[in-house]
Design a protein around this ligand. Sequence first.
Ligand code: NAP
Length: 443
Amino acid sequence: MQHVLDAIQSDASSDDFANLVIPESYRAVHVRKDEQDMWKGTPANEKDPRKSLHVGEVPTPELAPDEVYLAVMASSINFNTVWTSIFEPVSTFGPMARLGRESSWAKRHDRDYQVVGSDASGVVLKVGSAVRNWKPGDRVTVHCNHVDDQDQSAHDDSMMAANQRIWGYETNFGGLADLAVVKANQLMPKPAHLTWEEAAVNALCNSTSYRMLVSHNGAQMKQGDVVLIWGATGGIGAYATQYVLNGGGIPVCVVSNAEKAQILRNMGVEHIIDRAAAGYQFWKDEHTHDEGEWRRLGKDIRDLCGEDPDIVFEHPGRSTFAASMYVAKRGGTVVTCAATSGFMMEFDNRHFWMRLKKLVGSHFANYKEAWEANRLISKGMIHPVMSQVFALDQTGEAAFQVHHNMHEGKIGVLALSPEEGLGVTNQELRDQLGDKIHAFRRA
Ligand code: NAP
């Protein structure tokens, strides 16, 4: 791929890019089908992504008419790569086998390996015959909503599409690689003031938080709304916090240590709960809730801001869900996109129906929502939350850190980009924004 990198670094023309030879194989982070049972009987927290994520050459697949080959300069770790690497809650080879049955092009995805990764920034190398809006040489970021746009169900809200999938999680040829295969309707312009790695960390988490809080498909936050944000310096929480601050809401942010609390204070957050210091125990044991602890959380929120939350931004799942449903105010909304700590939920329905609350399930974002979220990054109104950068060969270690909650914000991964700091083409906006771009960066 050196010839591709040379073209990118010398700002080659679109024609030059179009004439580049696409290599027959490429370096990629992948899991192997013959290892999908390797963790049988092992507790989830002992399953080690460093052992199941392999880095090596894989063959380049053929390009479908609605796709592009992307030279990936950088990518990022999302929690879904952790799920894939520990084969939980299911092995992702099942969804790819189902995808493979849909069409002859889809069949390419069903292999004995899966290239993972659901974020990327890079340069378009070659476009399929049906691609109209993008050309070789375009600098882009990629969102992970993979839909068949010839299916009628994809044409109201594409997240409602019957065959909607997450690229690099439920499909093959993902972004943690030097090359990726991407549908043209996943492409968005790269924010010009960001480096490749800063541009690569946003799309999945930023778009998810945009839909959950801002979109009419989510909680539709308005000025003055109190929003309880679990994991407020994690991947999705860090963007959620920015949306609440930008939109005139009042964030009440939950984190688990003093360093994370300090990041939030630097961002301008006033109301912060350190859940580790507070020591909430919402479950007395595996089967028994402690309602008194829900009340204690509710009181702590009232003591901080004088009100109950209009919206709860929920994703930890089983450990917090009942408390979230309890503390949301009368008529308030709990919006959820995940269940990190367990997906079998239980809550006291009396507090839900008697107080007329709403529960909104949310999953990633449609193209329009992802585009709007990317536009806000491009305008310097929402910022990347990158804390560390790893080399592609170190992806296993990066995923291990996310698995064990050892990180803040997002972890960037360099693919073709030989070093950090490259790719900026709007230095003026970067200078104007100053430290805001680095709010999560570890010293
Ligand atoms: P992340 O970077 O690991 O952040 C999650 C944060 O949640 C952690 O930083 C932690 O913060 C907090 N947390 C973890 N376990 C908790 C618990 N038991 N109780 C309370 N807080 C807890 O992950 P992420 O990228 O934000 O993703 C979060 C979840 O959303 C994952 O399950 C992911 O798969 C899912 N997700 C879903 C979508 C979708 O489209 N449906 C999109 C993105 C992510 P503190 O320790 O500081 O409290």
